[in-house]
Design a protein around this ligand. Structure first.
Ligand code: NAP
Length: 290
């Protein structure tokens, strides 16, 4: 397929490479052009603008946040200024509100949005093992199957309304950070009673908590490997704020969410912006003098 790929950060750079490995014809664009150099050297075509990248069958975006996706979609040289009708596959973790706005804007433009946020850190992305939650018109989802197969291990279809996939992603990120919070509090408790973090993790993941969330983040916590950040704390805070906005719209009290946001805030304030979002475990331990 002829694919435009926009956003070559931690996730995008490895996802784009997997599309090329699968034999797709990939045109790339990134705000900071230097990040495209390696992929261009490997055979990708460099686009001068997002609109130019949107000339193929599909244009994929994996960008930091709502502001970034708005700039790339609605800006003067944005995707929606292109005459072509490429399917826009949006992988970024964004607000439900922006997903709704983009769905309508694509309909007005005569094109289609597929919301396809992903679960999995950069290592999973590199191994083409992402999980994809995809929503959009069924024929567009069918057309995107080869793209999803090249970058992920499983695609879940969430239905015909794109924003539904974004709410699933936000629920997932809330649950991941809640798992980190629970594990960090338990590890701190165990440690202060003389039980090593690794021992607690082995028992929990070997009994009732053998899920990737506990295994992956538990390993990071045992090794205190919060830097370099696979998913930086400010991005995690962005996501918890998106969860909060979605909860407010629907009048859903989420008391645990408030704790998670405050712990992320304290993590960035005390440790800087370059720490992984699971760095909340460091703050939780320090608060206990551990
Ligand atoms: P990242 O490394 O910070 O990359 C962000 C990308 O967005 C870069 O290409 C950056 O361009 C671009 N960007 C930022 N602001 C922009 C703007 N105003 N206009 C145009 N482009 C802009 O982030 P990431 O870790 O790859 O994450 C990308 C998305 O995937 C996020 O929505 C994140 O929540 C989601 N996600 C991440 C993970 C993870 O573990 N990392 C997992 C699942 C989902 P520059 O290079 O010019 O800065």
């Amino acid at each position: 397929m002829k694919i435009g790929f926009i956003g070559l950060g931690n996730m995008g750079s490895v996802v784009a490479r997997n599309l090329m490995k699968a034999g797709h014809d990939v045109t790339v664009w990134n705000r900071s052009p230097g990040k495209a150099d390696a992929l261009v050297a490997e055979g990708a075509i460099r686009a001068a603008t997002p609109a130019e990248a949107a000339q193929g069958d599909v244009v994929q975006t994996i960008l930091a946040d709502d502001t970034a996706l708005e700039a790339v979609s609605f800006g003067p040289d944005g995707i929606l200024s292109a005459p072509s009708k490429a399917i826009h596959v949006s992988h970024s973790t964004i607000s439900v509100k922006l997903a709704e706005r983009l769905t309508q804007a694509h309909a007005d433009h005569g094109s289609v949005l597929v919301s396809a946020p992903v679960f999995g850190r950069p290592a999973a992305a590199e191994a083409a093992k992402l999980f994809i939650a995809a929503a959009g018109p069924a024929d567009a989802l069918d057309m995107c199957e080869p793209v999803f197969d090249a970058i992920g291990q499983k695609t879940f279809r969430i239905g015909g309304h794109p924003p539904a996939a974004n709410i699933v992603k936000l629920c997932g990120n809330f649950m991941i950070l809640a798992a980190v919070e629970a594990l960090a509090e338990a590890m701190t408790l165990a440690q202060k009673h003389g039980v090593a973090k690794a021992t607690l993790l082995e028992v929990m993941t070997g009994t009732l908590f053998g899920s990737p969330a506990y295994q992956i983040y538990g390993d990071i916590m045992v090794r205190d490997a919060f830097r370099p950040a696979g998913f930086a704390a400010p991005l995690g805070l962005k996501d918890m704020n998106l969860v909060s906005a979605a909860a407010t719209t629907a009048w859903v009290p989420m008391p645990a969410l408030s704790v998670l946001r405050d712990h992320l805030m304290a993590t960035v304030a005390r440790e800087g912006e370059e720490i992984d979002w699971s760095g909340i475990a460091k703050i939780i331990a320090e608060d206990a003098g551990a």
